[in-house]
Design a protein around this ligand. Sequence first.
Ligand code: SF4
Length: 193
Amino acid sequence: MQRSKIKPETMEKKIIATTSLAGCFGCHMSFLDIDEKILNLIELVEFDKSPINDIKKFNRMVDIGLIEGGCCNDENVHVLKDFRANCKILVSVGECAIMGGLPAMRNGIPLKECLEEAYLKGPSVIGSNHDNIMPNDEELPIILNKVYPCHEIVKIDYYLPGCPPTAELIWEALYALVTGNKMNLPYEVVKFD
Ligand code: SF4
């Protein structure tokens, strides 16, 4: 059960930013699943760069950055480094950010083999890609040799486990970070089963 929180009277709103790298947006969905707590949230924070408000660039130094997804291409790395440079606290949210998650299942297979399976030899493409074309437009991000968890690219301050982390876990952790209160994370909030 999610608990309501009250904004300390003298507290200024904190600024938060969010992004989805190699993720599925499920962690963002879980964040929004705090339901009516969203009203408490907007008393506590303002959003800067985030897909939630569609702000594309940082406009100021941000207090807390929430990262969904790991890094599977050079654009992910660029965005993650941009978040590290513009956020005082950086949080890896969910298994993809923490360990690479489902996208990292390709890490045990050579990249060339993955691309051939996806574009040339896989059951869904075999016989249809007559010119054996691999996507190579210069505007496409460059795929990395493997999917990296965020902490292998930049320093991460906190980790919120789960796929996705529960809405209550995200809420409890965010409230503690925003107000400076101790985190209240009982087993029911962080359990995986
Ligand atoms: S941790 Fe799970 S919910 Fe979050 S981005 Fe990865 S696959 Fe999606």
